[in-house]
Design a binder for this molecule. Structure first.
Ligand code: ZN
Length: 565
């Protein structure tokens, strides 16, 4: 075989000496020595202003200079130098084409840099860096890499990704220096002395390119989006089709408050302090801490819930071996969705959310929390129900670094509404800290002693109406900024840069933080190149307990009042 190949090369050079030929003809011989099968293509004729194809269609040709000469077929492609020499002598204006595949597994990866998504482009550039055979189209963002691909690849030319096509065996490629426009195609470097063998198939190539991209844009024309009014479980406080966050220190009555809401939903009663009826339906509870028999049921009875419409979900069971495992938001959203569909759920309560994130989810990782909760948010949209996630706030422990609270950013970001139960001088209060609509007033409530059907004392909520204007939005912005500073500086000094980042993440205006800084006497000192802030000595944690704020570290261990045996 080698001898034949050498002979062909000798013949080719002999012919090149004896027969006048063109740039395309010479390059065709060069390709043939690589074992590639070539074909003559129609070329272009005419002046630069009026170029037209040499085929019968002429100026009307839709693929000028890019299709086979009349009477030729793909099977005619050859590496025989004598035949090639004759073709290009007969058709001096012919372009040169290559048929992919063959003994060398020639494949051509065509990519349009203008169309490829940026991340995919970076991956492709990396994969092809140093590849010897890259041809460029004149005046175009497209290029073609000549590679060897395993013969197992699908044998067609097709787009495997937006802006990325692969021509494997049996495709006709227009090769340099063919003229297909005002100028000629060209090699970025000299035509490849040998092909790099690419070890991936088309599918693998697609996966690699796709792996560079975490997301692809899914755009919708706004005129195609049906307008629909915001639906509410509790107007302005708890939206339907979304996640609501309910924060509060342990023992402040969050679970009692939710028992009251649950009861109202099961009865289709009015929302607290409102003239609007809540949508009637069932409630699904994922409750991690309170015992259903001794705490949850008595509490719901005290709130006059229709218990037939309240469902508890704590475990999932494997269909194959009946093995049970604790339910987790990260792994079992589909099971939760099944339960919701089956029982007509309008409200899902996860109390507390940290108990149900799933073992593998790092609650401090923004990314992990987002990934775990996004399917839940999608489920809420799909099923037109409300999800309430309960978080405990605990006073910051010693040595608390800022990043301990980073999980909270993802929670707050995913939730469309955020509520907080806090204690004021006049008793507990429900405050809206984030609302998809107008910010609703803060509502006072009391936990009053009640008795469940089983006879054990249990708390029940009594709503006291809107708070006095002391918690109007203006004030609360300042209060939030002050609480933010106290919280983050409580354990020691923190750099201003870090505070700025954190304030931004929590949507607290830096101006407010600076005002709070002077209001509570925070000092700043230069430390190397950075400014560090610290609380005045008497403001540290030993002296000034944080009363009504927190939004940072979550810990297990909230057990609200219950009926202990
Ligand atoms: Zn044509």
């Amino acid at each position: 075989m080698e001898t034949t190949h050498d002979q062909e090369q000798q013949q080719a050079s002999a012919l090149a000496d004896s027969i006048p030929t063109t740039p395309c003809g010479r390059m065709a011989q060069h390709y043939a020595t690589r074992g590639w099968a070539v074909l003559p293509l129609h070329g272009l004729t005419g002046t630069a202003e009026s170029l037209m194809c040499t085929c019968v269609a002429g100026a009307a040709c839709t693929t000028p200079g890019a299709h086979m000469l009349d009477g030729f077929e793909l099977q005619d492609a050859t590496s025989d130098s004598e035949t090639i020499a004759e073709w290009f002598a007969d058709y001096p204006s012919a372009n040169v084409g290559i048929v992919t595949g063959g003994p060398r597994d020639l494949a051509v990866i065509r990519y349009d840099r203008a169309r490829l998504p940026a991340a995919a482009r970076a991956v492709l550039d990396d994969l092809l860096s140093g590849a010897p055979g890259i041809a460029q189209f004149p005046d175009s963002s497209s290029a073609e890499a000549y590679v060897a691909m395993p013969a197992t690849s699908p044998a067609t030319a097709y787009e495997i990704y937006p802006g990325l096509s692969v021509a494997t065996a049996g495709a006709l490629i227009v090769a340099p220096p063919s003229r297909i426009g005002a100028s000629e195609m060209d090699w970025v470097a000299e035509p490849p002395p040998d092909l790099p063998t690419v070890l991936w198939s088309c599918d693998e190539l697609r996966e690699r390119v796709r792996s560079g991209q975490a997301v692809r844009p899914v755009v919708r024309r706004l005129s195609d989006v049906a307008a629909e009014p915001m639906g509410w479980l509790w107007p302005l406080y708890i939206p339907l089709r979304a996640i609501t966050l309910l924060d509060g220190d342990p023992g402040r009555g969050k679970s009692t408050l939710l028992a009251d809401l649950t009861a109202r939903v099961t009865r289709g009663d009015y929302a607290p302090s409102s003239d609007d009826a809540m949508p009637t339906g069932a409630v699904l509870m994922l409750s991690g801490e309170d015992d259903f028999a001794s705490v949850v049921r008595p509490r719901l009875e005290a709130a006059r819930a229709d218990l037939a419409k309240v469902f508890a979900l704590t475990e999932v069971m494997s269909l194959s071996d009946s093995a049970r495992q604790r339910i987790s938001l990260a792994d079992h959203v589909e099971a939760i969705e099944d339960a919701c569909r089956e029982h007509g759920i309008r409200l899902v309560i996860v109390d507390p959310v940290m108990d149900f994130l799933g073992g593998g989810v790092d609650s401090r990782s923004d990314h992990a929390v987002r990934n775990a909760l996004a399917p839940l948010a999608a489920m809420a949209r799909e099923l037109d129900l409300a999800v309430v996630l309960v978080r405990h706030l605990v006073k910051r422990q010693s040595g608390g670094a800022l990043n301990h609270g980073s999980g909270s950013i993802a929670f707050g970001g995913l939730a469309r509404s955020a509520l907080r139960v806090q204690l004021t001088d006049d008793g507990p209060e429900l405050v809206s800290v984030k609302s998809p609509g107008l910010r609703p007033p803060s509502l006072r409530f009391d936990i009053i002693d009640s008795v469940g059907a089983s006879g054990c004392p249990i708390g029940n909520v009594e709503w006291k109406g809107a708070s006095t204007p002391s918690t109007a939005p203006d004030d609360s912005a300042a209060a939030r900024a002050e609480a933010f500073l106290r919280r983050h500086l409580e354990a020691g000094q923190v750099s201003a840069t870090e505070l700025q980042k954190e304030a931004k993440a929590q949507d607290i205006g830096w101006r407010k933080v600076e005002e709070a800084k002077s209001a509570i006497g925070v000092t700043s000192r230069r430390h190397g190149k950075t400014w560090v802030w610290s609380l005045p000595a008497q403001g540290r944690k030993d002296a000034a307990p944080l009363e009504q704020d927190g939004l940072a570290v979550f810990e297990d261990g909230d057990s609200e009042e219950g009926c202990q045996p």
